[in-house]
Design a protein around this ligand. Structure first.
Ligand SMILES: [Zn+2]
Length: 296
């Protein structure tokens, strides 16, 4: 979810991403990770994507991305939920500025819920995107071309199969399948693009002591300056309850949690972020459609 403004921890006030860019160039803002949700009583962390990229290398201008959970009382989170609730089920991350590209696949990021239970792999090669589902007007004489799309699960299968093809990312265009995947292996997180990538590696699942989900911790580390730490993310129980997919049901994940590591794949819209404590590196799991795993 994108924000118009965020609270800068360095400036101690709320700024737009364009303002943040100005103050970053001036040295008054030191890091793209030092922002939070501007909502009252909310400490959700915000990344100012692309802030640290030289202007000449940016495809997109800096923008805010919320990377941790809002507080229960956050009014901004409530507004975002209302907006989301009015969207059609065919809505995804793509907009009209994403042109039709022959032979490229889009990401199918439709939530893994309700009617689509049981068959985890059935939704390959769906004709989504391009034409915007229910928004399509019926009086258009020539139907616009519909672009094929593939789920994260299907992209992982293709990657493991050694395939390669072009994938069209929302807002930023084409990338080859082989470059879309990044193995977690000691990199500096500042070197990652703030763009859609699938990060992967061996990881352990653990049941949260609070009983509200599962934590996933990768076996290999990532680095931020001097910090070297194994990155992690959280699978919230709320997501698990919404999913009808067997592979993401609580009992299935519990069985995994007591077992050996699995290969985890997480699609992330921006690079992993430095936790505000300065001690952890985390990913934000946006939904189970952004996640895949394989047992060895
Ligand atoms: Zn918030």
């Amino acid at each position: 979810m994108k924000l118009e403004k965020a609270f800068s921890l360095d400036l101690n006030r709320t700024v737009t991403a364009a303002d943040a860019d100005y103050h970053y160039q001036q040295g008054a803002i030191r890091s793209k990770f030092s922002f939070k949700c501007p909502g009252l009583d909310c400490d959700a962390q915000v990344t100012c994507a692309n802030l640290d990229r030289p202007k000449g290398e940016r495809i997109l201008d800096p923008y805010y991305k919320v990377v941790s959970d809002h507080s229960d009382s956050c009014t901004i989170a409530k507004d975002i939920r209302i907006q989301k609730g009015t969207k059609s089920v065919y809505d995804d991350e793509y907009s009209d500025s994403d042109e039709y590209i022959e032979n490229a696949f889009r990401l199918n990021l439709r939530p893994l819920n309700n009617a689509r239970t049981g068959n985890d792999e059935a939704d390959d090669d769906e004709k989504t995107g391009g034409v915007r589902g229910q928004r399509q007007t019926t009086n258009t004489p020539t139907k616009r071309k519909q672009q094929r799309s593939r789920t994260v699960s299907s992209l992982v299968a293709a990657f493991l199969n050694g395939d390669d093809f072009e994938v069209q990312l929302p807002g930023t265009g084409l990338i080859s399948l082989r470059k879309l995947f990044i193995e977690i292996d000691g990199q500096q997180i500042g070197d990652f693009e703030d763009d859609m990538r699938i990060y992967y590696g061996k990881a352990w699942l653990n049941k949260s002591p609070k009983g509200n989900g599962f934590s996933v911790r990768f076996a290999n580390a990532l680095r931020h300056e001097e910090l070297s730490v194994r990155p992690s993310f959280f699978i919230n129980d709320e997501l698990i309850k919404q999913s009808g997919y067997r592979k993401f049901q609580r009992a299935t994940l519990e069985a995994l949690a007591s077992n050996k590591p699995v290969d985890i794949y997480i699609l992330s819209a921006v690079g992993p972020y430095l936790h505000k404590s300065g001690e952890y590196i985390n990913f934000k799991l946006e939904g189970l459609e952004y996640l895949e795993y394989r047992q060895n």
